[in-house]
Design a protein around this ligand. Structure first.
Ligand code: THG
Length: 288
């Protein structure tokens, strides 16, 4: 077994460590206009009220990092993403995960970010590696690597591992170490392929065994198109944490999910005396 690596990200005032020896880090997903009509409409009018409120709500609900995505159809992503990052930095103290595939938007956001950001994301495509990785290096950020390349998302865990290896190798050539790379094995929905969950879990295990890197995923995608999604998401979340997931991108406002994360941490021996579990229970009781 390869040693577990620690990824460090920071804001101006806070440092967050991601590691399999520490409690799971929740990356709040809500600041993302995809599928959220109200947020999309607000961003079209340069209105960042929802962005600010989503930031505050997610941190209050236990997010330790916030994902910031400002991609809207026909939007000026460099301008919008930079402003969204500025607003969230003003509203909260947590480190940010800057979610864009556009190198210009990434560059604009990193240029004003205070701290060590997590860049979301690069993938195994030549264009992505060539244009995004140098920015990650220039700004001293950490980066998420998606297990897909010019041929799409591989079907098998072994092929996804190969894409992860390629990203880690290319990053290493630029002087970005594996501790600054977080691999996303990718989650497709079991609504379309009943093997999708298993493939993600097996990819996670392979990547962890081979490289010891941290693992993220947009875990909720696993249930898309199926009924009673939250129960699937909670069970899958716990299984993925056992497989090696350390920093899920998810909705911290959904108690079933945050509870599944806490229960998984307890079962993994990452919650001494069950302190965090008991504390969370008490605070849920109080708010009922
Ligand atoms: N991997 C990485 N980054 C990612 C993803 C991933 N970033 C984007 C996405 N996937 C994760 N983020 C979101 C953000 C919002 C929503 C889902 C995933 C969302 N979904 C609601 C739903 O699923 O029903 C729809 C909107 C709503 O009404 O709230 O909001 O996989 N690296």
């Amino acid at each position: 077994m390869t040693e577990n690596l620690t990824t460090t990200v920071s804001s101006k005032s806070q440092t967050v460590e991601i590691s399999r020896n520490l409690p799971t880090v929740i990356i709040g997903e809500r600041i993302n206009p995809t599928g959220r009509k109200k947020l999309q409409a607000a961003l079209e009018e340069n209105n960042f009220t929802i962005v600010r409120q989503d930031a505050l709500d997610q941190v209050a609900a236990g997010a330790t990092i916030l994902d910031v995505n400002a991609g809207i159809p026909d939007g000026d992503e460099p301008v919008l993403l930079k402003e969204a990052v500025r607003i969230v930095m003003e509203a909260t103290d947590v480190p940010l995960c800057i979610d864009t595939a556009d190198p210009d938007a990434l560059s604009a956001a990193l240029s004003i970010y205070e701290g060590k950001a997590l860049v979301n994301s690069v993938n195994g495509e030549e264009r992505s590696l060539g244009e995004m990785l140098p920015l990650v290096k220039e700004y001293g950020a950490a980066v998420i690597g998606l297990c897909m390349d010019d041929d799409g998302i591989p079907e098998s865990p072994e092929k996804r591992l190969t894409v992860a290896a390629k990203i880690i190798e290319r990053a290493s050539k630029l002087g970005i170490g594996p501790e600054d790379i977080v691999i996303d094995p990718l989650v497709l929905t079991m609504g379309a392929d009943h093997n999708a969950g298993r493939i993600t879990l097996e990819t996670t295990e392979l990547v962890v065994k081979e490289f010891g890197v941290n693992i993220t995923m947009g875990a909720s995608n696993v249930s898309f198109g199926l009924p009673d999604r939250m129960h699937i998401n909670a069970a899958f979340m716990a299984m993925a944490i056992h497989a090696g997931l350390t920093c899920p991108i998810t909705n911290p406002l959904v108690t079933e999910l945050t509870t599944a994360v806490l229960a998984a941490d307890l079962a993994m021996g990452r919650d001494e005396w069950g302190t965090r579990w008991i504390e969370a229970f008490r605070s849920r009781e109080k708010s009922d």
